[in-house]
Every structure is written in structure tokens, then in C-alpha cells.
Design a protein around this ligand. Structure first.
Ligand code: AMP
Ligand code: MN
Ligand code: MN
Length: 341
């Protein structure tokens, strides 16, 4: 049997909280009570799950196991790059029950984007844990920290409140979530606690550089093939302040792309000198529909732009789905971006 040792991490110290100052947080007390009284629990996250989505879901799974529960994680498709995460072998592609006592959503801003929304809606009680500014508060209990750089960082304070021991496995999952959403501590939103948590994990013997290599420095071969097309097609618009590129279904077929193989392609445009907004669009399975990914460097709130099309996200990273041909979608999103510049 695998023994998972607690890492003896003083979360209060990391969060800058003195033991005597820990006030009762009604939302978290209620959350813990609901967890304790539930028998059948299922965990959900957003479609096209990234490292924060998967890392947060597994960290919650391991937390619930410590509380004595046997939850199920529902993630039907994800990139094989995340298979290194501990307990990823417990992830299910289909669930065993129709109705759960409790459903918990992690890293998802709205019901529309939730993978397994039918189960979530059917559950007797629901909890939403997230960090999106555009969260619609679709749970019975909503614990949303809009300024946290990752859902995994929101979980740190929840774990602290629940007095959960951070194990090597939980630490690995949380750090993977944080590294994904902060681009390796690079993006705005990282806080001193983000570094302190990483430092503490390093001190406790977690192989932080190894996680960084797996999360940030590794791409699948199909992703590499797709990136060549993205680079080749980049157009610089609005005096070089907008970078636009795309891939269609045929490109993905040719590259033998699997779920998640498009991750990170939007960052290529943003890395070009002078670019403020990078727009990357990707044809969805349904014809005439494109998934838009946007990233900005300094000023433009891309979440506001995506919100106009029914999407959302964060000020520097957002997405939406737009119907139309490549040209139509491109023109629509560029027009709104130019207005914002
Ligand atoms: P992506 O470009 O898909 O990596 O998404 C960037 C950020 O925007 C992530 O935090 C997503 O959760 C969020 N996001 C992407 N698409 C949508 C959407 N259609 N609605 C709301 N949020 C989205
Ligand atoms: Mn995510
Ligand atoms: Mn996230």
C-alpha cells in the first residue's frame, strides 16, 4: 500500500494568519458540514480541463478522502500530459450514480461550461469553488475568490480551515494548478502566498522543478505540429497590437490531435514584442462554430470582450464561443478588440 506522508505545512504561516485570529467563516463551516453529512459525492470541473481544473479536482478528492469520504471525480477527457498527477487513475469517464447527495464544481465559472452539468443539476446539494471574476454563483454554496490566481490557491485556504494535512500528493496537485494558471508564477495575480506555498513544498521535499518541467516545458507532438501552423498564420493587426491566428478541424485531424492538444497555442501571439492582445480561434466539432481564446499583456481586459459574446474568464485570459465561418468569427472578435484598444 502506498503511504502518503503529511508534509507538516503550516498553512496559517503561509496565509499570514495567527491561530487566535482564525475567525469562523460561515460559508466554509457550512461547506464542511454539508461534506460531512453527504454520502455520495461527485466532483466536477470545466470542459477542456487545464492543469488548474484537474489539479484542483484531485486535490479536493484527496481532501475528501481524508475526511473519510469516497468521492467520484468526473473528467471524461483530458490531456495525457496530466496523467502524472497522483490519483489521476481514479478519474472516471462515467459516473456510477444518477443522483448524488453532493456535487462540487471546481475551477468552473458557469454551469454552461461544466462537464457533467446534468449530474450537478440533479444533485441534492451543490458547492462551487472557483476564482473566475465572471462566476455566476451557480451552487447552493459558492466560495469564489475572484482575485486568487488559481482555483488551487483558493483550495489552500479551504484546506487550512478544514485542518487538512497537506500530503505530498495534495501539494503536487495544488502546485500544478497554480503553475498552470500563473504560467509558472509569471502572470499578474500571483501573491506572496503563491511563492510561500511553493517554497514550503520545496522545503518539504516536493520536486518542484520536476512539476514545472511537466506542466510548463512539455508539449505533445500534435501540439508541436499545430504550433507550426499557428506561427505560420499569425497576422499582426492594429499596428502590431493584436496578434491573430487559428486552427481548424482539418489541422487537428492531420496533427492527430487529442483533447487538450491546443493548450498554450494562444500564448505564441502574446510573446511577440508590441502585442497587447493575442487572439487564437479553433474550430469546434460542430461546423460553423469557433472557440475563441484571448490573452492580454498589460492593459486590456479580455474577459470584458469575451463577456460580450457570452463567455468570460479573467482580465488577462478569457474565452468564448462564437458561431460563424472563420472570416465572420475573426471579423467579429477583432472588431470588438479594436474598440477596446
Ligand atoms: P482558454 O482560452 O480556454 O484557456 O480560457 C482562458 C480562461 O477563460 C480560463 O480561465 C477559462 O476558464 C475561461 N473561459 C474560456 N472560455 C470560456 C467561456 N466560454 N465562458 C467563460 N469562461 C471561459
Ligand atoms: Mn481552468
Ligand atoms: Mn483556474
Amino acid at each position: 500500500m502506498k503511504i502518503i506522508k503529511p508534509l507538516d505545512i503550516n498553512l496559517n504561516k503561509i496565509l499570514g494568519i495567527k491561530e487566535e485570529d482564525v475567525e469562523e467563516n460561515k460559508t466554509l463551516t457550512e461547506m464542511l458540514n454539508k461534506i460531512k453529512s453527504a454520502e455520495k459525492i461527485a466532483l466536477f470541473t470545466h470542459e477542456s480541463p487545464d492543469g488548474d481544473a484537474i489539479g484542483s479536482t484531485i486535490a479536493m478528492y484527496l481532501t475528501l478522502k481524508q475526511i473519510g469520504k469516497e468521492p467520484e471525480m468526473y473528467i471524461p477527457e483530458y490531456s495525457r500530459l496530466f496523467a502524472f498527477l497522483p490519483s489521476s487513475d481514479k478519474i472516471k469517464k462515467s459516473l456510477s450514480e444518477d443522483v448524488y447527495d453532493l456535487a462540487i464544481s471546481l475551477d468552473c465559472s458557469d454551469l454552461k461550461r461544466l462537464e457533467g452539468k446534468e449530474y450537478f443539476e440533479n444533485a441534492n446539494e451543490t458547492i462551487v469553488i472557483d476564482h473566475h471574476g465572471t462566476n455566476t454563483m451557480f451552487g447552493d454554496i459558492n466560495y469564489v475568490d475572484q482575485v486568487a490566481p488559481a482555483c488551487a490557491q483558493v483550495l489552500i485556504s479551504i484546506l487550512q480551515y478544514f485542518k487538512i494535512e497537506i500530503t505530498k500528493d495534495i501539494g503536487t496537485c495544488l502546485l500544478s494548478g497554480i503553475m498552470t494558471d500563473t504560467g509558472g508564477f509569471q502572470y499578474q495575480g500571483v501573491t506572496p502566498e503563491t511563492f510561500e506555498f511553493a517554497a514550503e513544498l520545496l522545503r518539504k521535499g516536493i520536486d518542484v522543478p520536476d512539476i514545472a518541467t511537466k506542466i510548463l516545458q512539455t508539449r505533445t507532438k500534435p501540439n508541436f505540429e499545430l504550433s507550426k501552423k499557428v506561427v505560420d498564420r499569425i497576422e499582426l493587426l492594429a499596428n502590431g497590437r493584436i496578434a491573430f491566428s487559428y486552427i481548424n478541424s482539418k489541422d487537428e485531424e492531420e496533427a492527430k490531435a487529442e483533447p487538450g492538444d491546443h493548450e498554450g497555442l494562444v500564448d505564441i501571439g502574446r510573446s511577440i514584442e508590441g502585442v497587447e492582445v493575442s487572439i487564437f480561434i479553433r474550430q469546434k466539432d460542430e461546423e460553423n462554430s469557433y472557440k475563441v481564446s484571448m490573452r492580454s499583456t498589460n492593459e486590456i481586459n479580455v474577459s470584458d470582450i469575451c463577456y460580450l459574446f457570452g463567455g468570460g474568464g479573467h482580465p488577462r485570459a478569457a474565452g468564448c464561443l462564437i458561431k460563424g465561418t472563420l472570416e465572420q468569427v475573426k471579423n467579429k472578435i477583432i472588431a470588438e478588440t479594436e474598440k477596446a484598444l
